[in-house]
Design a protein around this ligand. Structure first.
Ligand SMILES: Cc1cc2nc3c(=O)[nH]c(=O)nc-3n(C[C@H](O)[C@H](O)[C@H](O)COP(=O)(O)O)c2cc1C
Length: 338
């Protein structure tokens, strides 16, 4: 049983790896490693990215398990948009993670690649309709139930499951409204899954608010970036700590989804240009037409080039103004710091 109903959201590239995930687990939450290019520091990454990523994923899983000292649960976040989706799911499942989270598209085929029934399956959705479809397909094709649900609302960081126009005009359904629809939908499911909400959640008050509406807990991404244990470079963490919501804007990502990121030279200067050395990592991305290579932009950022790299962040960035420890955050979420 989980000691604290907190999920640390998977953050790629390289923002949530074994160190962050292990620290969150040690404090009793669900730590999540992002499977978006965990192998970016491997020697053969640009020539053999799938193998480099699987190798690195196994190493990061080991790091997290060791740091956790047997507490919490370990998840891996695998984006449906990844070209090598099946390989990453099989790798995480073989390595014995507790939960696989999957969003950035509809994870309709996820159960196909997970034979081990002890590995829990958790779709990340932004509407009850998406959840309904996933549940129907998993039941019909695989006789597999959904174990945990993450609802990601419009204030989240990274890729967003909403239309850019709705985000700009603030006409998206609120997280509260989506939660109510989801709770209605699952009310008569046998073995009702736990429901976590994400996007703009950063405090104990947020946790209590969403629990009062029926959620099990919250998933936070941005709040965990400004921690000592976060796997990003110090420059990335400082950029988040020193920026405010006024510095944040929406971008169109080559994945086809909009995203939320810090305004910098990276996307003020993203005219279409010829991409060289493409490793074909995303299903939707066409190197002939993409305005920029998102993999290179995210790797530049995690390594500290926060002016030319792509610095994803959520709308709760104002809650992150200092570097703190994961323990500080988790103590706050246990209600011990108010
Ligand atoms: C820097 C960054 C990278 C992210 N990368 C991913 C990712 O690779 N896959 C994914 O499903 N979600 C990703 N997310 C979304 C988070 O997992 C989480 O759901 C979201 O950040 C929650 O909103 P919050 O940032 O307001 O807490 C990312 C978010 C951030 C801020």
């Amino acid at each position: 049983m989980l000691e604290v109903p907190i999920i640390q959201g998977g953050m790629g590239v390289g923002i949530s790896l074994g160190h962050l995930a292990g620290a969150v687990m040690k404090e009793g939450g669900i730590g999540v490693i992002s499977a978006a290019h965990p192998g970016y520091r491997e020697k053969d990454f640009w020539t053999n990215s799938c193998q480099a990523n699987c190798r690195a994923l196994e190493k990061e899983i080991q790091i997290a398990r060791n740091l956790s000292q047997g507490h919490g649960l370990l998840g891996v976040n695998i984006m449906t948009a990844s070209q090598d989706y099946a390989s990453y799911v099989e790798c995480a499942s073989r390595a014995g993670v507790d939960i696989i989270f999957s969003g950035a598209g509809l994870p309709l085929s996820l159960p196909q690649y997970v034979q081990d029934e002890n590995v829990k399956l958790a779709p990340i959705v932004s509407s009850h309709k998406a959840l309904e479809l996933i549940q129907r397909v998993w039941q019909k094709r695989y006789q597999r139930a959904i174990d945990l649900i993450v609802i990601e609302g419009s204030l989240a960081g990274g890729h967003l499951g909403f239309k850019k126009a709705d985000l700009e005009n603030q006409t998206c359904q609120s997280l509260e409204e989506i939660l109510a629809d989801v709770l209605d939908l699952i009310a008569d499911w046998p073995n009702r899954p736990d429901v976590y909400v994400a996007g703009g959640c950063s405090s104990y008050a947020d946790l209590k608010h969403f629990q009062s509406l029926g959620a099990t807990g919250i998933q936070m991404g941005t709040r965990f970036i400004t921690t000592e244990e976060c796997d990003a470079s110090p420059a990335f963490k400082e950029k988040i700590a020193q920026s405010s919501l006024a510095d944040v804007a929406l971008i169109q990502s080559p994945t086809g989804f909009p995203g939320r990121a810090i305004k910098n030279a990276c996307f003020q200067n993203c005219e279409p240009k010829k991409i060289s050395g493409c490793i074909h990592c995303l299903k939707m991305c066409n190197p002939e037409h993409t305005p920029y290579c998102i993999t290179r932009a995210l790797i530049a950022a995690v390594q500290g080039d926060v002016e030319h790299g792509l610095v994803f962040t959520g709308a709760s960035i104002d809650a992150c103004n200092k570097i703190e420890s994961v323990k500080d955050i988790m103590d706050e979420m246990k209600g011990q710091k108010i």
